[in-house]
Design a protein around this ligand. Structure first.
Ligand code: AMP
Length: 282
């Protein structure tokens, strides 16, 4: 396994592979890898096949953190991350420096105007602009045939799909199911922030979303379903619901009735830690 820090060196490598018709499967991450990330890497390895190359990037993207968010305390266990990448068959880890990825005087950004307005959008102004801008840059540098993203970040995945469509990136986007702890909590690099008490209550997010899925078989009324799930979440003392909403699964716009594929997504604070999860409603 190689590690590459310079975007130019990464670009040269990916162009060499491209010229030789070698498929490149890409997994962008912010590091602090867990079984959710390694499942994406394993999926990438399968998609790449024997001839293909798997590239994982580790880059804590400052553009996607708000001023009051956890950029400086975000975990960065690089040695462990590199060893996990190696164990899971990554060919190249791309580790760009903040200064080269985000020039101080940068004045061009990618703004998605519809899907990013709902769910996490209002609570995290600028977040999806930061995600799209950096992911587009990574796509230009890594030149992937396929890129793999987690369904845990459902809104992010939907926005990336839209960016790829609207800006004609010729990249296939593959969504991978959410990997969970045995008690149902979605794996996240942020779970390490949880106190023991918060960790004990956090699986309630999943339970509330499963209840939403069950109710969706009984009623089409989104307001009824949302009210029940929010009540469940408010029953635990440490949970503070940021949002719990049911949206059209593709456009991420609000719906009143469950007449087409929908997604229920939630963001819940446990102390300062904001956890997200979602469930599809067919
Ligand atoms: P992050 O390092 O949080 O930016 O995540 C990098 C990629 O891993 C994104 O595509 C995430 O959606 C994905 N991911 C994070 N947690 C999980 C999980 N529990 N299951 C599946 N994918 C995940």
């Amino acid at each position: 396994m190689k590690t590459i820090r310079s975007p130019l060196a990464m670009l040269r490598q990916s162009q060499t592979w491209q010229r030789a018709n070698v498929p490149i499967v890409f997994v962008p991450t912010m590091g602090a890898l867990h079984k959710g990330h390694t499942a994406l890497i394993d999926r990438a390895r399968k998609l790449a096949g024997k001839q293909g190359k798997v590239v994982a990037s580790i880059f804590v993207n400052p553009l996607q953190f708000g001023p009051k968010e956890d950029l400086s305390r975000y975990p960065r266990p690089l040695k462990r991350d590199l060893s996990l990448c190696e164990q899971h068959g990554v060919d190249v880890v791309f580790l760009p420096k903040v200064e080269v990825m985000t020039p101080k005087d940068a004045s061009v950004f990618i703004i998605e105007e519809l899907l990013s307005k709902t769910l996490c959008g209002p609570s995290r102004p600028g977040h999806f602009q930061g995600v799209c801008t950096i992911v587009a840059k990574l796509f230009h540098i890594v030149n992937p045939t396929i890129a793999v993203f987690g369904e845990k970040d459902y809104q992010q995945l939907a926005i990336i799909r839209r960016m790829v469509r609207d800006l004609n990136f010729s990249i296939r986007i593959v969504g991978h199911p959410t990997v969970r702890e045995p008690d149902g909590l979605a794996m996240s690099s942020r779970n390490v922030y949880l106190s023991r008490e918060e960790r004990a209550e956090a699986p309630l997010i999943r339970k509330a979303l499963l209840e939403v899925q069950r109710l969706a078989k009984e009623t089409q009324s989104v307001s009824k379903i949302v009210a029940t799930a929010k009540k469940m979440l408010s029953s635990v003392p440490l949970a503070q619901v940021d949002y719990l909403e049911v949206m059209d699964a593709q456009s991420l716009q609000p719906i009143q009735k469950l007449t087409r594929p929908a997604v229920c997504a939630a963001a819940v604070f446990f102390g300062k830690t904001r956890l997200i999860d979602n469930i599809l409603l067919k």
